[in-house]
Write a protein that binds this ligand. Sequence first.
Ligand SMILES: Cc1ncc(C[n+]2csc(CCOP(=O)(O)OP(=O)(O)O)c2C)c(N)n1
Length: 324
Amino acid sequence: MATNSRSAELYKTLLLARRSEEAIVKHYPENLMRTPMHMSMGQEFVSVGVCEALEGKADVFASYRSHAAFLAQTKDTDRFFAELYGRMSGTGEGKGGSMHLAAADRGHMLSSGVVATQISVAVGAAFANLRLNTGRTSVAFFGDGAVDAGVFWESVNSAALFRLPVLFVCEDNGYAVDTPRAARQVVRSIAETVRSFGCDSYEDDSSDVESVYELARSAAAKAHAERRPAFLNIKCARFLEHVGIGDDWHWGYRDKEAVHRDWIDRDAVVVQRRRLLATGLSEGDVGALEAQIDAQVQESVKRAAAAPIPTPDRLYAGVFHENA
Ligand SMILES: Cc1ncc(C[n+]2csc(CCOP(=O)(O)OP(=O)(O)O)c2C)c(N)n1
């Protein structure tokens, strides 16, 4: 295998997220997954690039658009699908659903349905990591809509003031539901504005998981070495509707042709597959990787659908500290 194994790993993780969501699209109409779905499809390369760069040493705080971040960090399709199916073996014993995935034992600390609330918690974790000298990197994933919220700016200010090595990662798909950024924010560049807080600030519109990987790696190293936060503004596009498994071109708030030209036609999953083929893997090698991922996803779906549903005595378990 002449291709470097990191490129193959990145492809496998990208594909794990993509195939998992394709399985959701296929099985959701069976009505066994009774949870609203905010799909990551198209944006997976952001969290995959960042989480792979941090090699498991990240504490991840994500939004309700949680699937790719969760799978990039944990690769745990069993607990993922079990939660979507509302089963005991899910991350929240079936109570959280798609928006509230958490596996603290694997560094996915939380996903929050309330826009921007995960960001300040990530700053607290960065503070704890620094104090406890864990060497871990606290990472907040959020959309450009979360930048509209005051807590984002408070978090950036606090992290810069307390010199905390936290990564703020904006999955900048340009919309809060159907409202474009220009209709919500006066600043032309979020990255430039954040820089004025004394935060290292980067922009990327590559649609390339390897570019995000390199950026996250160097940004995290600098954040720890210099004890300062970093803001990564990664442009991307959501391929599906804001919530749900379909598309929303009929709404008319974004131009289907432009999204295809700028993003779907350079889908990071396809780009990475091509890279593997161009750098030494054969179709057979890539097919074998894909078969492995497909089998993992299909097995997890099967196990989740057959897993026991929660019993009433577990209703409050994990909800309040004293019932943990
Ligand atoms: C505090 C709060 N206000 C409003 C909402 C309703 N809401 C849900 S998603 C969303 C848009 C957020 O957009 P963005 O942060 O860019 O994330 P994306 O959905 O694009 O990933 C809004 C306003 C909410 N969930 N929480």
